[in-house]
Design a binder for this molecule. Sequence first.
Ligand code: NAD
Length: 359
Amino acid sequence: MNRPVGIGIVGAGRIGTLRARLASRHAGVRFIAIADSDPAQARKAADLCGAAFHGTENATVIAHPEVDAVIVATSEGEHVAPLLQAIAARKPVLVEKPLALTLADADRVIDAAEAAAVDVRVGYSRRYKDRYLIAKEQVAKGRIGRVLGASARVYNSRAQALAMLGRNAHATPVVDALTYYVDLLAWFIDGEALSEVYARGQKGVLAAAGHAADDVDYALLTYADGTVVNLSVSYALPSQYPALGHAARVELIGDQGVMILDDDHTDQLMYSETGVPHVYLPDHQVNMVFLQSGTPGDWALGEFWGPIANETRAWLDHLVLGSPCVLPDLRTARATLEATLAIEASLALGAAVRLPLPA
Ligand SMILES: NC(=O)c1ccc[n+]([C@@H]2O[C@H](COP(=O)([O-])OP(=O)(O)OC[C@H]3O[C@@H](n4cnc5c(N)ncnc54)[C@H](O)[C@@H]3O)[C@@H](O)[C@H]2O)c1
């Protein structure tokens, strides 16, 4: 199969623009249209990727006759409306994580997509970071046997936290960041239902800056078959901490082996007198940096490399060539959303929360 496609991008901020630039470099993409509620943003992204059409009306881009598939990269709380528009137009979608902010919204999207038989994937780009793809291969090959327990932690600087909270005041490090590792570990464990969550957190610098978010959260997840997972997140590291994105560590204990995945990038250190711009925060600069620690990936010699590049190319290859794409479908992304909401509920209650949650 080799069917060139037209792509519509709704929400042309940092990630939407990156996806548009990657799509413009894909041999199977013959047309790009861009929509953003901010006309200046739409024009800027269109100029950067050579889009044939841009505007502020999402419906116009989604319904455009040259558009065969849609990328929804609006802010966290703005995914559902353009998603439902694309599904109604029977066009496949790649939507950024989290799928939605409530289970009710997620269920509306699932019902519409299943009724219209539309393929919707959710941008859990950690799956397309090389080390995690290769780790999944080992688990799938049974090389560590049955996963009995696992842990993952993700740290990031408070500069990133303030940018995230600036984008969405209700965002939390759990729903916005830990969600990647909830998805990743569920992918490694492969399909067991989550039955209970217990979580505790502590406030500090983010609260002092006027935000409700915790500085650090720890959660213990127990799955139906007894598998236990320990997750933690802190978006309160000092602003000048040398990681430009997620500083993570993932460990899996199987009954026939173990995997320890260091994703801190401390083995790639650069100190620059002139300073290093942040891949994600326009007015943020550091002197000491762990290279390749930017969450989406990095520009190098005119091309973009890393998780978002692998992910966007894999999804476009899936559309154009029919090749497999390992991104989660809607029901899997709903389970990840439910897990993060259960962690938030346990933090609020100070008690264990059993699943499923009421929708
Ligand atoms: N996969 C990753 O590595 C990754 C990294 C960062 C962010 N994200 C996710 O991507 C999404 C976007 O994040 P971002 O950092 O690009 O945010 P951003 O604020 O830079 O961009 C969002 C854009 O959407 C536009 N927008 C908002 N509501 C809209 C609407 N209803 N219709 C049309 N346009 C609308 C805004 O004008 C803005 O230009 C979020 O869901 C975020 O969680 C994913």
